[in-house]
Design a protein around this ligand. Structure first.
Ligand code: FAD
Length: 340
């Protein structure tokens, strides 16, 4: 690990002015290890220090965001719930209103990683962590995401990679809470160097490889993610998050699913079905949602929805096994969210 300077600003503007690069930009480098001139942001530090310990990132300065007051709160915001970017996964999992109104998010956050990591990892850092692809995280491979010419996963080891939307790069998005957040139509609040505040939906913020090959999102250098904003759903809405892992270990899921349903008098009025660890961004299964809308959910319809969720899947040489796992998770999540 390289030597670095440490800075702990007390306000957002100071942090934004000091940040010269995003971590993704700093990792685009011919040698694999990169960012020697970069000043980069740190929240819990779980992913950032991992990259530094692997010598994939060698920043000159680290800007600690943990001393900035106000980013660690969960609070009502009109007809929404506002989760500060520094709120930890453990706080989200335990929060009463998150549990009662956004159950799928509480479950996704509460099952991610290990208890120790959840107490340190922030929701902002979780959404912005870099993918787990072993080629991205290998100094020996200069893949497309680091400015190289090839995605090595296509002809290589791809059992944990994408089954949808892998055009030019086959990563899956690493954030499990993002699966639930997309299903709840979450928005983000971002503040830039000049203090300008912008709002964007999480779905638009996360980018497919066709849009950007070397970064997973639309965060620019000098921008700070300040909050994740969740519109309050009607009381009738129920949600479920299910994940499947290789072992009962503290690791990223192989497949996860969030289903959010509004069932009124037995009829499905609103449906969101989102697949995680399936594509470079959380994958919205619109064909499955269309099957559920306006109908009464039972075993048969849940099975039809689960098959529809796989429409457009293009598994790689080693990851076709994900298809039946996703079908089972989607079917179970639909039935559980519908109370059927
Ligand atoms: C063993 C293990 C198992 C794991 N399992 C899971 C899992 O199942 N599901 C899952 O989702 N994750 C999992 N993780 C990943 C872990 O949850 C993330 O690394 C962690 O959430 C990152 O949050 P952080 O606060 O530590 O971010 P940091 O490491 O501090 O930052 C991550 C990135 O975000 C940027 N950043 C952070 N905050 C801001 C901000 N406010 N504005 C702008 N940029 C910012 C940083 O510059 C950096 O690029 C696992 C990790 C480990 C080690």
């Amino acid at each position: 690990m390289n030597e670095f300077e440490w800075m702990s600003p007390g306000d957002i503007e100071q942090a934004a002015r000091a940040a010269t690069s995003t971590v993704a930009d700093a990792m685009v480098h011919p040698d694999g290890a990169a960012g020697a001139d970069a000043a980069v942001l740190k929240a819990g530090g779980i992913d950032l220090l991992d990259l530094m310990k692997e010598d994939l990132l060698t920043p000159r300065r680290i800007i600690n965001l943990r001393q900035i007051a106000g980013l660690e709160r969960i609070e009502p915001d009109g007809s929404a719930l506002r989760i500060g970017a520094n709120v930890t996964l453990a706080q989200i999992a335990a929060h009463g209103e998150v549990r009662s109104r956004f159950g799928a998010l509480a479950d996704a956050a509460g099952a991610a990683a290990s208890p120790q990591i959840r107490h340190l990892a922030t929701l902002g850092g979780n959404l912005l962590q870099r993918p787990r692809c072993w080629y991205l995280r290998s100094r020996a491979h200069r893949c497309t995401r680091k400015g190289g010419e090839s995605c090595f996963a296509f002809a290589g080891e791809n059992r944990y990679h994408a089954i949808f939307d892998h055009h030019g790069c086959a990563i899956v998005h690493p954030s499990t809470p993002a699966t639930a957040l997309v299903a709840f139509d979450a928005g983000l609040e971002i503040i830039g160097r000049n203090g300008a505040r912008r709002h964007v939906s999480l779905e638009q913020f996360l980018l497919l490889p066709q849009a950007e090959l070397h970064r997973e999102n639309a965060l620019a250098a000098g921008e700070i993610l300040t909050a994740i904003v969740l519109p309050l759903p009607p009381q009738s809405v129920r949600s479920v998050h299910l994940r499947f892992g290789e072992l009962d270990s503290f690791d990223w899921p192989i497949a996860d699913v969030a289903v959010v349903l509004d069932v009124v008098q037995g009829v499905c009025r609103k449906a969101a079905v989102v697949l995680g660890a399936a594509a470079p961004v959380p994958h919205r299964a619109m064909a499955a949602e269309a099957q559920l809308l306006g109908r009464t959910i039972d075993e048969r319809l849940a099975h039809i929805g689960a098959q529809a969720a796989l429409q457009g899947a293009e598994p790689l040489s080693q990851n076709g096994y994900k298809l039946p796992i996703f079908a089972t998770l989607v079917r179970r999540a639909i039935l559980a969210a519908a109370g059927a």
